[in-house]
Design a protein around this ligand. Structure first.
Ligand code: CUA
Length: 152
């Protein structure tokens, strides 16, 4: 019947949309999985268990947690090294003023507010090198605040 044909057509259209969206994120080699944060006292960032000595931690077979301090005018650690094909969760905070944390060429881009922990999970499918930039004006050397993310 006509109704059945329309129903099938509508379902194919929906499947097509989902396929397009999925392909889009695979094509970029990147997929945002979740976005949850938290907060700490900005004055205690340097005493914090993770943010006092930030870096990459392996927490599962293909799972990594990356702690990053965005501070005037640098990212710590720099460079950040993670393996391709793994699930990487970034936790970024600032001990001083508002910064940005942006992975150039990807949709990873967040504001970093003092004491607020910006969290995002990303998968990098292919090895490569990405620039990290601060995209919030944070002072006279804002434009020099950059870093490097190496996907091995
Ligand atoms: Cu940090 Cu601009």
């Amino acid at each position: 019947t006509y109704e059945k044909a329309w129903l099938i057509a509508a379902m194919l259209l929906i499947v097509g949309f989902i396929a397009t969206i999925t392909y889009g994120s695979i094509g970029l080699g990147i997929a945002m999985v979740d976005d949850e944060g938290g907060s700490i006292d900005p004055n205690e960032v340097f005493d914090h268990e993770e943010f006092s000595d930030p870096g990459v931690q392996q927490v599962g077979e293909d799972e990594y947690e990356v702690y990053v301090r965005a501070q005037t005018f640098t990212f710590v650690p720099d460079p950040i090294e993670v393996p391709a094909g793994s699930e990487v969760t970034f936790h970024v905070t600032s001990p001083d003023v508002i910064h940005g944390f942006s992975v150039v060429g990807t949709n990873v881009n967040t504001m970093v507010i003092p004491g607020e922990i910006s969290t995002m999970t990303v998968e990098f499918d292919e090895p490569g090198e990405y620039g990290l930039v601060c995209n919030e004006y944070c002072g006279p050397q804002h434009h020099e605040m950059s870093g490097q993310l190496i996907v091995t």
